[in-house]
Write a protein that binds this ligand. Sequence first.
Ligand code: NAP
Length: 309
Amino acid sequence: MAFLFLSKSDKVHIWKEELTRLVPDLDFRIWPDAGDPEDIDFALIWLPPEGELERYPNLKVACSLGAGVDHLMKPGMVPDHVPIVRLVDPQMSRQMREWILYAVLRLHREMPVFEAQQRDGIWKSHPNPETAETTIGILGIGELGALAGKALAALDFKVMGWSRSPKEIEGIDCRHGADGLDAVLENSNIIVCLLPLTEETRGILDAKAFARMPRGASVVNAARGAHIVDEDLIAALDTGQLAFAMMDVFHTEPLPSDHPFWSHPKVTITPHVASLTPPASSAPQIAENVRRMRAGEPLLNVVERSRGY
Ligand code: NAP
């Protein structure tokens, strides 16, 4: 029985320290020095080379080093018989809540306008928008979206949420299905995307979606770059249909140096930092899944491959 760390993370030694403290008999191996492939039963992975996991005939669990698993859904990434588990970590959720609150407040209080005025030496006030009359629509009200949504509701925003299945969350007007999406888009002054990237959600924020939103609305994306059709977003910003966009994730990361988002006056970008996996708080759930695997008990946070998240 051995544990394989298969990621280029520069925090590998912290992971090793945390996990071997929690599971003292853990035989922790660091890829590519996996030793005998037959020994490996648990792999902690981020972007494994395609086909790599096929080399371990006794692999029983593949654990994503993050909350998202879209990159592991491609055929050949994780053998079909190996369950994929993901991280659901309160500290990660709080980091995301913070980034979303920052993004929403920045756009709600039109900070990009004031920053542009400051650059030009202009002292000019604008009416403050009414918070209680401002609707934030959250696409994806799972672990991350629900926490951010509740925090926005506590600040007196109207909050709408969209999920696949029906939900009831205090303070959030929850919608689902195709009609639900239209209602959220049509009523939201700011759309926040926290969906997993699946075949159903790829390109969901396109020209059609932007046209449904009220003129002058804004978009926040902290999910995956491929949720947005970049050219449609730029066109909607340039015509004034959308006011601003704040994004943490992109089709290609790092964002190519010639991408128009870098210099667009209505776009703010951060380099995929909204929520980073913290080893100290995530290690206990990984250790718990190692224990469960050994005991033959049901694993935590198993991904449903058929739905893609
Ligand atoms: P989650 O708990 O699985 O929640 C996903 C939500 O999306 C659920 O509400 C789900 O609906 C909804 N959903 C999925 N497919 C849908 C569809 N076709 N139509 C409508 N709703 C749909 O995921 P999470 O932990 O909140 O994470 C969300 C995503 O955030 C991750 O997949 C990852 O890509 C991204 N992320 C980004 C960062 C960053 O630093 N930028 C960090 C962590 C995660 P149901 O509730 O009905 O299932």
